[in-house]
Design a protein around this ligand. Structure first.
Ligand code: PMP
Length: 405
């Protein structure tokens, strides 16, 4: 392992805290990640020293802010290997990125009787916008099934790809199962039928090297807060040929070329899809987060997290009464489980009192939990600042909870 986790942890001030007198063990990284000092400082300095609205002013501060904001776009472009910064649209998050495509792609390309294909393991953000589109346009949603381990059924997927399908929308990594879907192969398969693919990268972006050109994604969505950046900010990558053909999502400042009461014309990419003042402090903070990850190295992060999930799975599986939800080969650093018949909320609350933060609930994936025959489950999700010692504390805590019931 070429990561110095003890050094890395010093960059994340929140991790040094105590909760109820116990050292904080933060295992809720799939919900949101903690922020390194460089990100926090960029936000602080942004407001303290560089704050001015972008793209509008001739004055020094505005030009400085504009440069920083546009540099952040280029950093994102390189991070996911998009071919142009014009294909990087800043949004409020994965959810808004997907809604943008569902609306604008839907307006441009979808008609009554058409179909959208999603998988059974999608987050609600990658289900509901498509349902809304289907309702609006009298279309149908089709669902790729999966095995009990949490692996998508590729033969069923291929069978769904008919000439009625306008778009496939699939997650790269499941936020509940940790399954890493073979998106590159799925995209190649869809492209055989000229069907574009949107990849929900919310759970992949912090854990895998993402290359949108290599996977040939038509759209790729992610949130800054899941990749050690600020909250309230996200990215939509889209191929120019689609973005050019899609109408704007929202109207307002920034997205226009000329406004007259008779007719308004729209700005070029990416601004056509960025109505209103963007979160220009947030984008520079996202740049700091991505620079930080690059300095650690995504391959190092992936290798270390692979060790962590292996260690956690081994130790948790040895507990009597433990069922792990999601056992796909090569899964990411997400461990969902049910433990005896102790309600996951009780497990979450008791772990919390021992300083351990996990998630309980349906994880915004009700159709998936239904498929697994569950209403709710518990989820521990790891990041590269977590340690085996923290996992030991988690396992010891689960044993203690078991004794209480
Ligand atoms: N998709 C997946 C797979 C997710 O895990 C999440 C966040 N839990 C989202 C979409 C939505 O992200 P956000 O709430 O940041 O828009």
């Amino acid at each position: 392992m070429s990561l110095s986790v003890s050094e890395i942890r010093k960059d994340f001030p929140i991790l040094g805290q105590q909760v109820y007198g116990k050292p904080l063990v933060y295992f809720d990284n799939a919900a949101t990640t903690q922020k390194p000092l460089c990100v926090i400082r960029t936000i602080e300095e942004g407001y303290a020293l560089h704050n001015a609205n972008v793209h509008r002013g001739v004055h020094f501060l505005s030009q400085q802010a504009t440069d920083a904001h546009e540099q952040a776009r280029q950093t994102v472009q390189k991070f996911i290997n998009a071919s142009s910064p014009d294909e990087i649209i800043f949004t409020r998050g994965t959810t808004e990125s997907i809604n943008l495509v569902a609306f604008s792609f839907g307006e441009a390309f979808c008609h009554e009787g058409d179909e959208i294909v999603v998988s059974v393991m999608e987050h609600h953000s990658n289900i509901v916008p498509w349902q809304m589109l289907c309702e609006r346009k009298h279309m149908h949603l089709r669902v790729i099934p999966m095995t009990a381990e949490g692996v998508l059924c590729m033969e069923d997927y291929k069978a769904l790809l008919s000439e009625r399908v306008r778009l496939v929308a699939v997650t790269q990594v499941s936020n509940v199962l940790g399954t890493v879907n073979p998106v590159k192969e799925m995209i190649a398969e869809a492209h055989l039928h000229n069907i574009p693919v949107l990849v929900d990268g919310a759970q992949a972006i912090a854990h895998l090297s993402v290359d949108v050109q290599d996977m040939d994604a038509d759209f790729y969505a992610f949130s800054a807060h899941k990749v050690y950046g600020p909250t309230g900010l996200g990215v939509l990558y889209g191929k120019r040929k689609f973005l050019d053909a899609m109408p704007p999502y929202q109207g307002g400042g920034e997205m226009i070329d000329q406004v007259h009461f008779e007719k308004t014309t729209y700005n070029v990419l990416p601004f056509k899809f960025e109505a209103g003042t963007p979160d220009f402090i947030g984008t520079t903070a996202l740049k700091s987060a991505l620079d930080y990850i690059q300095s650690v190295g995504m391959d190092n992060i992936a290798a270390y997290e692979h060790e962590l999930i292996g260690y956690a799975t081994e130790h948790v599986s040895s507990l009597d009464g433990m069922s792990i939800i999601g056992t796909a080969p090569g899964k990411g650093a997400v461990l969902s489980f049910v433990f005896w018949n102790i309600h996951p909320y009780d497990i979450g609350t008791l772990l919390d009192h021992l300083g351990i933060a996990i998630r309980t609930g349906h994880h915004c994936a009700q159709p998936l939990l239904e498929r697994m025959g569950l209403d709710v489950c518990a989820r521990a999700s790891f990041a590269f600042y977590n340690t085996e010692e923290e996992i030991d504390a988690f396992v010891a805590a689960l044993k203690r909870i078991r004794k209480m019931f």
